[in-house]
Design a protein around this ligand. Structure first.
Ligand code: HEM
Length: 182
């Protein structure tokens, strides 16, 4: 089975206990206390309250020089010291999806400097992007970040930069779920 498909299950048990959940825009998710992130191939039954599915996919906008820098600087998920995590499902509006690929890249990088800003927060923040739009899910992206508790202020600073950017004007649903490893 494909090991790049993941299920994020919100419920009353799981590996990650929710500390805080904030709906920034759009509809919320039903209230839960825990989140589990599970490879779809390992799931045999679903006992949660909600479940969101995402796929690890190819890069869409990253240029070679950026990819090389990211690869050199980033760290993997699952580090022992990274006991905090953020799960942020995001949807972008139709205006975004009606743009051409080069227009979207222009907004993400030339104007919003997403990768440029993000890179300053590596390796403290480990991250994984999951795509959901093409598999008929309620969000377009599921984003997952892991960091040590002392790096939470830096993570919040990055989010605040991104949320003020032109790219975020296209975001029409966003929920920011913060967790601690159980
Ligand atoms: C920690 C540092 C970060 C770095 C280095 C980073 C880097 C990147 C890169 C390189 C891409 C483009 C992937 C591609 O080529 O398809 C991307 C996409 C994305 N990132 Fe970040 N990012 C960071 C933090 C964040 C944060 C805090 C958020 C907020 C939730 C976020 C949300 C997204 C989303 C939603 C996409 C997909 C955008 C789209 O395809 O329209 N990223 N990120």
């Amino acid at each position: 089975m494909n090991n790049t498909i993941f299920d994020f299950i919100g419920g009353t048990t799981g590996d990650w206990k929710i500390i805080k959940s904030t709906t920034l825009i759009g509809e919320s998710l039903p209230k839960v206390t825990h989140v589990d992130k599970i490879q779809s191939s390992l799931i045999n039954r679903f006992e949660g309250i909600w479940s969101l599915k995402g796929v690890i996919s190819n890069l869409r906008y990253t240029e070679k020089a950026e990819k090389d820098k990211l690869t050199a600087k980033q760290e993997d998920l699952g580090r022992k010291k990274a006991t905090y995590a953020a799960f942020i499902p995001i949807r972008k509006n139709e205006a975004w999806w009606n743009l051409a690929q080069d227009e979207r890249r222009q907004i993400m990088e030339k104007q919003s400097r997403h990768t440029h800003h993000g890179m300053q927060y590596l390796p403290a923040i480990a991250r994984q992007l999951f795509h959901s739009r093409d598999i008929d899910e309620p969000f377009d992206f599921l984003t997952w970040f892991e960091f040590a508790p002392e790096d939470e202020p830096a993570f919040n600073e990055l989010l605040s930069k991104l949320r003020q950017s032109e790219e975020w004007e296209f975001v029409d649903r966003e929920i920011d779920i913060r967790m601690v490893r159980v």
